[in-house]
Design a protein around this ligand. Structure first.
Ligand code: SF4
Length: 207
């Protein structure tokens, strides 16, 4: 990539990240996170990996390094980037569900303590609902269009379902098969925690 194109990519990514950081589309869900999760990695990726949300798995640095190494060694690509279908991880919290809170003000302080009880947040990460997925999906599609990766691995059945539908594939998808769309290969696969060398081998047969 030329320096000029790289600058353009960086500018477009920063612009998109600013809009994500200020996004309020999902209302109450955003009260219990400090800030939305953003993509990370090489800005000229061969492979873009999409996880459902920034959950227990992706917050464990060692697991993410293992996953990246598995893909590097198993598929033979060096430049990787990972991102999320939904940027604001929803949480289950008895405290929040038992109070009536009319404000969309953040309920976490800088130390991740809940403003309602002054304890460290005990919310349990849960799967995002369809409304959040549909609200957040345009950011993912924009990120794909900016970074222009050849391959996009969709981890987990829900990520595959929503992204492939956005690309016009409405039938049930086959795991580890390639679905071509606008110059990219979309690859639905198993959940990131289940992904193994066997999945890499199956994907490789279709590349
Ligand atoms: S999950 Fe996505 S769409 Fe919803 S508020 Fe966060 S950034 Fe916006």
């Amino acid at each position: 990539m030329s320096n000029r194109n790289r600058e353009l990519v960086i500018r477009r990514i920063i612009n998109m990240e600013d809009r994500i950081s200020n996004c309020q589309r999902c209302g109450a869900i955003t009260r219990c996170i400090r800030k939305p999760s953003l993509g990370k990695g090489d800005l000229e990726p061969d492979i873009l990996m999409v996880l459902e949300s920034d959950n227990y798995y992706s917050r464990d640095m060692n697991r993410m390094i293992e996953l990246r190494n598995l893909i590097k060694n198993g598929l033979g690509f060096e430049r990787l980037y990972h991102t999320y279908l939904v940027r604001c991880q929803p949480k289950a919290c008895t405290l929040q569900s038992n109070i009536i809170c009319y404000s969309n003000r953040k309920l976490l302080d800088k130390e991740y303590r809940c403003l309602l009880n002054e304890k460290v947040c005990e919310g349990i990460p849960i799967h995002p609902d369809s409304d959040s997925i549909i609200a957040c999906l345009p950011f993912l599609m924009e990120e794909i269009s900016i970074l222009n990766p050849t391959y996009i691995i969709l981890f987990g059945q829900r990520v595959a379902e929503y992204v492939l539908k956005a690309c016009g594939f409405f039938d049930t998808s086959e795991i580890n098969k390639c679905y071509p769309y606008q110059g990219h290969m979309f690859i639905p696969s198993v959940d990131e925690s289940q992904f193994s060398l066997l999945d890499c081998q199956q994907i490789k047969m279709h590349l």
